[in-house]
Write a protein that binds this ligand. Structure first.
Ligand SMILES: Cc1cc2nc3c(=O)[nH]c(=O)nc-3n(C[C@H](O)[C@H](O)[C@H](O)COP(=O)(O)OP(=O)(O)OC[C@H]3O[C@@H](n4cnc5c(N)ncnc54)[C@H](O)[C@@H]3O)c2cc1C
Ligand SMILES: NC(=O)c1ccc[n+]([C@@H]2O[C@H](COP(=O)([O-])OP(=O)(O)OC[C@H]3O[C@@H](n4cnc5c(N)ncnc54)[C@H](O)[C@@H]3O)[C@@H](O)[C@H]2O)c1
Length: 463
């Protein structure tokens, strides 16, 4: 039997439910289709549970450092992994329940549980049901990529989903991939008490960041006893449960690491291979991302793609912003677009890395007349008082337009402090607006004006 709606939203991640609400408030009948957990990745297996685990790891770390602050915890610090798991699941489940009751309360919205697949450009099948609509909004997200490493079929491994379900501590966790997921889980499991080895293909961690940022992160992680193996190409997996091996055959010298557990953190792939996109004629790129224009419209009239599945973001805030862009265009006649978004993200190791705009390297490559200001966190009063002086802040300015091009704050509260620079970029104001601002003492942000008052020119050769 076929049912007709004004609009169908596939996926209840970061964009879908908000869009369903806006469409419903505009009086449209909406079907929201979700095959698994309401709230999608961020709520269930992404940001919310990882940042909850990061919080537990931080407490363990600070408890071990308590003596530095003149505080005694009266003995050895022990981490109860089941306790960590319970706290994390509780936070994540409350968040999911909130999404569920929010959606249940939306007038004109029918929640359909199941996997949606296109039958044609305006019809989707969910089990025995077919639903049709003139407007279809895809918010299907992505999942961990598991490349065809030799041995992958016989060696047990974890992805972001399984690793956050562990209720006992791995003795030695090997992580393949030294980017967001690898580094966040790597540091947290080290702080929980596991031996941790990170194996990364590139010759440095976070290869998209400036070299000074990568180098400072290496220092932070190695200081905590995390083993790093970079330049690890041609990965092969060996072993069985409790005894796993990762071999990098083309590395020089050849690497072989043995551990008890294995986490693959080598990127994500969009959930577009099982959507029947060919039946709708929707174009995807070579990685499976749905090709969209600057307003999230797919190649077929009446179909939009938002969030991780369109390859234009990869973060919770970019998925939510895609929803805002679509709602503005479809419902408000406001031509908002992805190109107006300034790249911004944080890496939640401790201390965190807050990042906006261009790196120094990117700015030079694009031919800007680049000025840079750098200040080590060891010269930031608030960081000294907190006893958290690792890292640095760095601003990148265009000397000609006097606009901020980007910034990195690797240091205490870097994920928060970066926003005073981000908002100046959105305001398109000269960097001197911040350089002359009076910030509150004692804060990490207080040193941003000082850093902007001490710029020096850099050339491509020096980068
Ligand atoms: C470990 C980890 C940590 C992260 N930490 C952060 C962070 O700190 N900050 C940050 O900004 N981002 C973080 N991210 C990324 C962030 O989680 C994602 O970018 C975000 O959740 C993507 O949201 P989305 O709306 O695009 O898709 P999702 O949230 O993945 O939602 C897609 C939904 O669609 C459903 N679905 C898929 N196919 C179908 C179908 N055919 N039929 C019906 N339903 C379907 C899925 O079940 C899912 O519920 C993290 C990711 C991971 C894995
Ligand atoms: N704090 C955050 O905002 C946050 C946290 C976690 C995840 N995320 C999102 O999830 C996405 C996925 O994260 P991720 O860390 O899995 O992926 P990623 O794409 O950011 O990085 C993958 C890493 O694995 C390495 N790699 C790839 N293939 C390899 C191979 N064959 N052998 C060895 N190393 C290899 C890459 O060089 C890279 O460093 C991120 O891009 C981001 O969008 C965000």
């Amino acid at each position: 039997m076929s049912r007709r709606f004004d609009a169908v939203v596939v996926g209840a991640g970061q964009a879908g439910p908000s869009l369903a609400q806006r469409l419903s408030a505009a009086g449209r009948s909406v079907a929201l289709v979700e095959r698994k957990l309401m709230g999608g990745t961020c709520v269930n297996t992404g940001c919310i549970p990882t940042k909850s685990m990061v919080a537990s790891a931080y407490v363990a770390h600070m408890a071990r450092r308590s003596g530095d602050y003149g505080v005694s915890t009266g003995g050895e610090v022990a981490v109860d992994m089941e306790g960590v798991w319970k706290r994390t699941r509780g936070i994540s489940e409350r968040s999911r329940t909130n999404v569920e009751s929010w959606v249940a309360g939306m007038p004109n919205v029918t929640l359909i549980r199941g996997h949606a697949r296109f039958e044609s450009a305006h019809a989707l099948r969910i089990g025995d049901d077919v639903i049709e609509a003139g407007q279809i909004f895809l918010n299907v997200g992505a999942r961990a990529s598991t490349p065809a490493f030799p041995g992958i079929d016989s060696v047990p491994y974890l992805t972001n989903v399984g690793v956050m379900d562990l209720k006992t501590l791995p003795r030695h966790l090997i992580i393949v991939g030294g980017s967001y997921i690898g580094l966040e889980f790597g540091q947290m499991f080290r702080r929980f008490g596991a031996e941790v080895t990170i194996v990364e293909r590139s010759d440095r961690l976070l290869p998209r960041e400036d070299e000074d940022v990568s180098a400072a992160i290496v220092e932070i992680l190695e200081r905590e006893g995390i083993a790093l193996h970079l330049g690890a190409e041609c990965i092969e997996l060996q072993g069985k449960a409790g005894d796993v091996g990762v071999i990098a055959r083309c590395a020089d010298p050849r690497m072989e690491i043995r551990g008890t557990d294995l986490l693959l953190a080598v990127g994500r792939r969009p959930n577009t291979d099982d959507l029947g996109l060919d039946k709708a004629g929707v174009e995807t790129d070579e990685h499976g991302y749905i090709v969209v224009d600057d307003q999230c419209r797919a190649s077929i009239e009446g179909i939009w793609a938002m969030g991780d599945c369109n390859g234009r973001g990869g973060f919770t805030h970019t998925s939510y912003n895609d929803y805002e862009i679509v709602a503005a265009n479809v419902l408000d006649g406001e031509p908002r677009k992805i190109a107006d978004r300034i790249p911004a993200y944080a890496l939640y190791i401790d201390p965190p890395l807050g990042r906006i705009g261009l790196t120094e390297h990117e700015a030079l490559q694009r031919g800007y007349d680049v000025q840079v200001g750098v200040r080590p966190m060891a010269r930031v009063g608030r960081a000294i008082e907190r006893g958290e002086t690792q890292g640095f802040m760095k601003v990148v300015v265009d000397a000609q337009s006097e606009r901020l091009l980007g910034a990195a704050i690797l240091g205490a509260s870097g994920d928060e402090a970066i926003h005073c620079l981000l908002d100046v970029m959105y305001a398109d104001a000269p960097y001197r607006t911040v350089a002359h601002a009076v910030h509150i003492h004692p804060t990490v942000s207080e040193l941003l004006p000082t850093t902007l008052q001490d710029l020096h020119r850099v050339s491509a050769r020096a980068s």
